[in-house]
Design a protein around this ligand. Structure first.
Ligand code: G6P
Ligand code: MG
Length: 220
């Protein structure tokens, strides 16, 4: 069988979730407040605009539009500085091994990310060619937990949503995958990602036998 494997980017393929956190946190600090790593879980998978809206709400701050846009640009500048000299060493453990395995099994692979920085990051770590279908923050109008990003991914792969499997590190992304009727696989903490169909700490915990089962699963 041919299944579609849709990968989130930040926190699944590369360890950039920490850079988003650092940049948002320094923005909050500059505005005179702080937020925790626990709060940060709510930001994962959320677009740049929506993230800033949420953070400002936590700090009880409203900004005029011009200042809002300026803060958003500053955050992205700091984020870009963090990822400027990224290379393949920042690909998370066993991600490449999993991608290779899927390719050898003739499975279809797509990217489903909220980030507008997705393509340059894939390019920097040498994975741009691996993803023939890229649905990123430039391609969607409704962010996760809306399923649009993954439904577009399935369409790009020419598969039914039911034939797709999503790897996600964010609560909003797991919800999006579930709403899209896809199999949701959480990468991270099983307490945080309890809505996922399966959760693994990272790709080193995902066996070939498990992937084979996903491929052979008949309900698609
Ligand atoms: C991903 C990350 C979020 C980030 C969003 C937008 O989903 O998990 O933390 O806010 O992408 O990223 P961007 O690179 O466009 O600011
Ligand atoms: Mg993510």
């Amino acid at each position: 069988q041919t299944k579609g494997f849709i990968f989130d980017l930040d926190g699944v393929i590369v360890d950039t979730a920490k850079y988003h956190f650092l940049a948002w946190r320094s923005l909050a600090n500059q505005l005179g407040f702080d937020f925790t790593e626990n709060d940060n879980e709510k930001l994962k998978g959320i677009s740049r605009v929506k993230s800033l809206e949420m953070i400002l709400e936590w700090g009880n701050i409203t900004l005029p539009e011009e200042e809002f846009n300026k803060q958003m640009a500053l955050k992205n500048e700091e984020y870009l500085a963090h990822i400027s000299d990224m290379n393949a060493s920042e690909i998370l453990p066993d991600v490449e091994k999993t991608l290779e395995y899927l390719k050898n099994k003739q499975q279809k692979i797509a990217l489903g990310s909220a980030s507008k920085n997705a393509s340059p990051i894939l390019e920097r770590v040498g994975l741009l060619d691996t993803f023939k279908v890229i649905v990123d923050g430039n391609a969607v109008t409704k962010g996760k937990p809306n399923p649009e990003v993954f439904l577009k991914g399935a369409k790009g792969l020419d598969l039914n949503p039911e034939a797709c499997i999503v790897f996600e590190d964010s609560i909003s992304g797991i919800q999006a995958a579930n709403k899209a009727n896809m199999i949701s696989i959480g990468i991270g903490d099983s307490k945080v990602l309890h809505e996922a169909d399966y959760v693994f700490k990272d790709f080193t915990e995902i066996s070939e036998a498990f992937i084979n089962k996903l491929i052979e699963n008949e309900n698609a």
